[in-house]
Design a protein around this ligand. Sequence first.
Ligand code: FAS
Ligand code: PHB
Length: 402
Amino acid sequence: MPGPDETQVGIVGAGPAGLMLSHLLHRQGIESVVLETRSRDYVERRVRAGVLEQGSTDLLTSSGVGERMAREGLSHDGINIRFAGEQHRIDFRRLTGRGITVYGQQEVVKDLIMQRLADGGEIWFETEVSAVEAIDSDHPRITYRRDGEDAGLTCEFVAGCDGSHGIARAGLEAKSYERNYPFSWLGILAKTPPASDELIYAAHERGFALHSMRSPEISRLYLQVEADETLAAWPEDRIWDELRLRLAEPSLQPGEIMEAGITPMRSLVIEPMQRGHLFLAGDAAHIVPATGAKGMNLALADVKVLAEALAAWYRSKSHDLLDHYSEACLRRVWRAEHFSAWMTALLHRDPAGDPFEHKLQLSYLRYITTSDAAATTLAENYVGFQFPSPARGGGRGGGVGE
Ligand code: FAS
Ligand code: PHB
């Protein structure tokens, strides 16, 4: 069943980036088609991120898709850090005046799909994009396969929102900056009440562990594992025993594991994030290790900038914001890349096991958990760093909220 063969903005990928972009464009009267290789059920069930910065929750609320998040999201004013038998709380609210909201990425995706379909939006599921061509022309073209048929969609602009393994960026003559870490995260979603009211980040000599949650009944938990680890090496008893040990949380109760997966830890930035009439957003342009909970927030921040730039073009044929899209995103992206790499190094055990490095790590953890100045560097980045606005002599705003 072929769809229309042309649209204003073709969007590759129905993750948070692609769906939010389509939603924001619709609110500006701009037509788009989202092409998604997976089924709706798969996309809505995929368990990933869990923490929203205030800039992201503001965007969801201001664009009219924040109602369920406001009802079901968990507002948190800080996180806990555990190491060497110590427990310390980083008080975001006292240090920065802001907090975070815990609300699963799959819930954001469900809310956006529901809204787009209610607004008559075009989301073509089970539609695999094979190429994005003619990106230097005024009519870039998406080639895709749907219902066993190959077809094409002629666009005025294309947004590559196809994630960390996306193909949209193939046509960019871009430079990539990459770091691969010598470990991965084993993540589970389990039917067991959280053992803590707030997130627990644990730097244990056996490895990193993280206790997050989705509701008073559902916990989201992670363990640092070998880079090439498989789930087969982690029977459920071993997972729970290791979580209780590393989190120093004997009260954590096992529960039905609803989803388990292993995610490699990787940093990547593609520069520039655009060429001609193709613009990259989200993981298609940059990847961060999940330690700093930045992935989904960066994706939403990118498409807020891109939607404003496209709206300016459709309104007045002004190219300026489009020409500066990549520059407007990269300062925020690199701040999040640095923070995510820094927090990852701070909390993970280095498999190379350098004893001097481990001592430095412990010293830094003690500094961050005793000095307000040091704790503020973590807090202001975790809740979403806000660059000084031009009025205060700084550069252009760079966060979602700016
Ligand atoms: P996404 O990857 O979410 O979406 C891209 C979409 O494009 C996908 O639906 C994909 O199916 C589709 N697509 C790809 N190629 C296509 C093609 N050729 N044609 C059509 N469609 C195509 N971040 C955190 O902050 N915390 C976490 O705990 C966390 N856990 C993660 C676990 C995993 C396994 C992964 C992979 C990522 C995780 N992330 C986490 C990062 C994640 O949340 C991303 O930052 C977020 O999904 C980015 O959103 P998008 O840019 O929309 O990309
Ligand atoms: C999550 O809730 O999935 C989560 C929270 C914080 C992180 C990563 C993942 O740093």
